[in-house]
Unconditional design. Sequence first.
Length: 96
Amino acid sequence: MKKLLLAAATVFLATTIWAKPAATISGTYLEVRSCDVYTGPCFSNAEMGSNGKEAILTWSIKEGAWQGVDLAGLSVIAVVCTKDTLGDIKYVQPRG
């Protein structure tokens, strides 16, 4: 039992020493999509792949850093166009 506790304590200390805090980035996110909003998001109003294929995504980062690079004040815009509705399951689950 003592060996098990010693092993658990060793693993705990090792992971705490080498663990890095998660990157914290805060700001404003806006997403605009080309879907009809009659009953809700694109995946629930029976568009059947006819709409919701385009999107504009914007980020305005107020504070934070990633891998030592300060991102405060950065604004990013992404324009996305796909052949299928963005709510389609193949865009939700990672490909493997």
